[in-house]
Write a protein that binds this ligand. Structure first.
Ligand code: PRP
Length: 214
């Protein structure tokens, strides 16, 4: 029999990494090397389980998975929705829970109620467009930002924002509030469509182990 090839797992850098490594650890998969903040290495192996891991920018994870450069990806639902790649979403890991919301100063509620032509700032223009155009059937002007989106309504760039709310403290500290909820979010496992066929048994077993340890 030919040697098993490594399955490659792409992880989104940031908030989800520690909980993901903890979960993999419970499945008997250890990759401490990856948590060494000083290392410049980009890719790590677990020889025993024939696995390779790499850390990528969250929005790039679905890209690696769609093209098959990673068989499996672990990333937030926000990123999956925004990147809209052709991948299978196979498991909700249940951690990294937060909400995608329309937020703004409380006065902006009136603008929403009257379906005014408002300006919406977001790091997630696709999610924002889908929500306003398809769900609310409201024409709005979407402005793409790359971070600290709460500044939008404060400095007069936009009327509202579409952004992630976790504890709500960023909104509170900046005098903003949740006006509408777009959707709940959490970390998800995604799989390359071809790998799902060719490596079905190994992927199902790995996903099954993750599910069992949630
Ligand atoms: C996210 C999000 C909010 C904040 C919400 O930002 O965009 O700003 O977290 O968390 P909270 O409800 O617990 O306050 P992140 O820290 O990822 O930085 P960014 O805005 O610069 O992208």
């Amino acid at each position: 029999m030919s040697a098993e090839r490594d399955l490659t797992i792409a992880l989104g850098k940031g908030r989800l990494v520690d909980q993901t490594m903890e979960l993999l650890g419970k499945c008997g998969i250890h990759c401490e090397e990856m948590l060494d903040k000083h290392t410049r290495k980009l890719i790590f192996r677990d020889q025993k389980h024939h696995l390779r891991f790499f850390l990528a920018k969250g929005p790039d994870v679905p890209t690696y998975v769609e093209y098959g450069a990673a068989d499996i990806g672990i990333v937030g639902k926000d990123t999956i929705l925004e990147e809209n790649r052709s991948v299978y979403e196979v498991l909700d890991l249940g951690f990294g829970k937060c909400r995608m919301c329309v937020c703004g100063p409380k006065e902006a509620r009136e603008l929403l109620n009257h379906r005014e032509m408002i300006r919406v700032a977001s790091k997630y223009p696709r999610i924002a467009r889908d929500y306003f155009y398809n769900e609310r059937q409201q024409t709005v002007d979407i402005i793409k930002l790359n971070g600290s989106v709460e500044l939008g309504p404060i400095v007069g760039l936009s009327d509202v924002i579409v952004d992630i709310v976790e504890t709500g403290s960023t909104l509170k500290e900046n005098g903003l509030e949740v006006l509408e909820e777009v959707c709940p979010l959490s970390a998800r496992v995604i799989v390359n469509q071809v790998s799902m066929q060719l490596e079905a048994e190994r992927i199902r077993s790995l996903v099954g182990q993750m599910r069992a340890h949630l």
